[in-house]
Design a protein around this ligand. Structure first.
Ligand code: IVH
Length: 691
């Protein structure tokens, strides 16, 4: 019995810490302590399988058994929103409803996350089943896969039945990192999330950084404990109360949401219970929508619009639904980030590691607010799948800051040409291209383009950051034979450039200073700068955190020829581990590293936890109020500056964010008027930790 109690206790404890870590981004114990608890639980479950729960935190890692993805009926109505409105129509719709049903009718506005819709069924407080939306009546059973998503609570606080609908989605930066390592890449975080959800092996799903956000709940409200705290809100009657309950039950409820109502008293009550909501009258909707549209490109996740929902559940029920959409909610869709244009050519790029990437040359077109004239085509298979010919009219998309993609051929070129085929030889060095998996590679490590790309990466921003050695300068130095290999950067004499066109004394001095300054870049930067396949900021941070904090340790580990010690790092795949071993076993690389060491570069981490995080680059912050985690306030300033952001003392046209603490000052009002992004402490912590 004691064992059973301990299993139970460990499960709850671990789920609690998972919630602190993944949902609140505020861990209270170290990774090591967490691992110990998990280990203890895993051992007990192995010895006493009869007491192991299906919702044990040990299940987050998934299983290698095939999922059946069986069909299962929904027991709630899983409707969709089909019509999309413009702001004036929505304000009109809200007005009519409030006229008819009273001024206290409230409207909740939520971000419309662009992911995959999932319904979670809890029984007796435990996650029992997760279904995809399917056709609305029947969905596919994806329970085992959903269990691996850290932000899905497996056990609720109390033994109730609950149904939660929400979106499985991915952060953009997670998508970039993860997608890059895939053989067959996805074109958007949405497609990767949806594709992953339907995978057969949940152990594969567990490796993908998926997230879950809940936005609708069905419950027998009388049975749930939730306090309205001096307001008239209740779980029976108010969607906002249900959102608040979901939050306390451990669901991630991030995002910008609003509550709009003619009745100021109602607004106050909602604000009192859910201070993170923007509140206002229906007339304020327009400015909320404009801010959301503005903010959209800067969010770390993709939204394709807003959903405007009636707050009052009884009113929702009386309005009902048509066959496929409710009468109590409408969607407000942002301009589709898509456009049509002509494919004027296909250029071949060769990367520093030899990978050949076909790049579409497009007749310039505006998509999602910026002009696009190039888009990646990934590889030959991607071109084949689209049956792409030069001259085709194509549809391209651009979602946020994700690289533009060619989605499909709208109208084939009229001349009956053939599908584009990659050349057999490298256009830069003439070597025969070799195919590995889905990609073609130039196998010649002395290929001038590969060398140039390696140099450009090395000096680039976020790596050694030698601003005076940009792409054009590198090309010039390469052509002149002054810099061919990375160590040449530290040994060539910039004075040799004297008298060359475009190289005035100022520029030469800047090169010398830039190169000098780069010698002090921390080890993490040096490691990223080497340009090893798959080893970017995130991977380097993981390496250092896991004790691989010097070049020598990496070399020694690789020398043992065992990718296992790298692959054992949570978040590392076999491909990346293999790439590390190959890189550090190679004699040319090793001698280059020795040369760089002799040039004074940092070969060992010094009190650094990871590579530079530039996630706040191009942001300008003002700070108001006081904070729990950042006292004195300069600690928050430091976090911002470290990530490439800037601090301003007052709101000007260049200010982008306001960090809002408790008892904010007058800056807040100004910031709201100017439409700045307002970030509270929770959200700020989230921003700092999600990179
Ligand atoms: S409410 C019947 N709220 O948008 C009400 N949907 O067609 C519909 N979505 O596929 C659901 N974010 O997956 C709702 N905050 C949100 C949402 C949201 C994204 C998706 C949903 C569905 C589509 C609506």
């Amino acid at each position: 019995m004691d064992v059973r109690r301990r299993i139970n206790e460990l499960s709850r404890l671990l789920l609690h810490h998972q919630h602190l870590y993944y949902v609140l981004s505020r861990p209270e114990i170290t990774d090591l302590e967490y691992d110990r608890l998990l280990q203890e639980l895993a051992e007990l479950e192995k010895r006493y399988p009869q007491w192991a729960s299906i919702n044990s935190p040990t299940r987050r890692v998934g299983s290698d058994l095939d999922n059946s993805l069986e069909e299962h009926p929904h027991t709630v109505e899983v409707l969709s929103l089909d019509k999309e409105y413009i702001t004036a129509e929505v304000v009109d719709w809200m007005g009519k409803l409030a006229d008819r049903h009273g001024d206290s009718t409230g409207f909740v506005v939520e971000e419309k996350l662009d992911g995959a819709s999932v319904v979670l069924y809890y029984r007796n407080g435990e996650l029992e089943r997760a279904l995809t939306r399917g056709d609305g009546n029947t969905g596919n059973d994806v329970t085992a896969n959903v269990r691996t998503i850290p932000s899905v609570p497996l056990i609720l606080g109390s033994a109730q039945d609950l149904v939660v609908r929400g979106e499985v989605f991915m952060h953009r930066d997670d998508f970039q990192t993860f997608n890059q390592a895939l053989e067959n890449r996805y074109t958007s975080p949405r497609n990767l999330a949806a594709g992953t959800l339907r995978q057969l092996k949940s152990s594969q799903v567990a490796r993908v950084p998926l997230r879950f956000n809940g936005y609708e709940a069905w419950m027998d409200a009388g049975k749930f404990a939730w306090s309205p705290e001096g307001t008239s809100l209740s779980l029976e009657t108010d969607h906002v109360a249900r959102l608040s309950y979901l939050q306390t039950a451990g669901f991630r409820m991030k995002g910008h949401a609003g509550f709009f109502c003619r009745d100021a008293g109602r607004c106050r009550e909602v604000s009192q219970r859910l201070p993170e909501l923007t509140v206002g009258t229906p007339a304020d909707l327009e400015s909320f929508v404009n801010q959301a549209r503005d903010r959209r490109g800067r969010l770390n996740y993709e939204i394709d619009g807003l959903v405007i929902k009636i707050n009052e559940i009884p009113l929702r029920e009386s309005l009902g639904a048509t066959a496929h959409h409710p009468r109590w909610a409408v969607a407000f869709k942002f301009d589709a980030p898509e456009a049509e244009t002509r494919l004027s050519g296909i250029q071949i790029q060769v990367g520093r590691n030899g990978r050949v990437t076909p790049v579409a040359e497009l007749e310039p077109v505006t998509v999602g607010g910026s002009t696009v004239s190039r888009a990646t085509l990934h590889n030959q298979e991607y071109i084949n799948a689209l049956e792409l010919r030069v001259g085709d009219l194509v549809q391209i998309s651009r979602r946020g800051d994700v690289i533009p993609a060619v989605e499909k051929v709208v109208e084939p070129a009229g001349d009956g040409g053939t599908v584009f085929h990659l050349p057999n030889h490298c256009p830069f060095c003439g070597s025969g291209l070799v195919r590995q998996g889905a990609h073609h590679f130039c196998p010649n490590r002395n290929c001038p383009e590969r060398q140039r790309r390696a140099l450009i990466h090395f000096t680039g921003r976020g790596q050694m950051d030698i601003e005076s050695l940009g792409e054009k300068t590198i090309h010039f130095l390469y052509e002149r034979g002054l810099v061919r290999r990375i160590p040449d950067i530290y040994t060539f004499d910039p004075d040799q450039l004297s008298g060359e066109p475009g190289f005035k004394q100022r520029k030469i001095a800047a090169i010398r200073e830039g190169v000098e300054a780069s010698r002090n870049r921390p080890f993490s930067r040096v490691l990223v700068a080497l340009g090893i396949e798959g080893i970017g900021n995130a991977a380097v941070r993981l390496l250092i955190e896991n004790g691989f904090d010097s070049m020598q340790k990496l070399i020694d580990t690789a020398a043992r020829g065992d990718p296992g010690s790298f692959a054992a790092i949570h978040g590392f795949g076999e491909t990346t581990a293999g790439a590390l071993v190959n890189y550090f076993q190679d004699n040319q690389n090793l001698s280059m590293i020795r040369e760089l060491e002799a040039c004074g570069l940092q070969m060992q981490a010094q009190n650094e936890t990871g590579a530079s995080d530039r996630s706040l680059e191009n942001t300008v912050w003002i700070i108001t109020g006081s904070f729990n985690h950042f006292s004195p306030r300069s600690r928050a300033e430091k976090e911002i500056i470290q990530r490439g952001g800037r601090i301003a003392s007052s709101v000007t046209h260049s200010t982008t964010h306001l960090l809002k603490g408790e008892s904010p000052g007058s800056k807040l009002k100004k910031a709201v008027e100017t439409g700045l992004i307002i970030v509270d402490e929770d959200r700020f912590l989230d921003m700092l930790s999600t990179k």
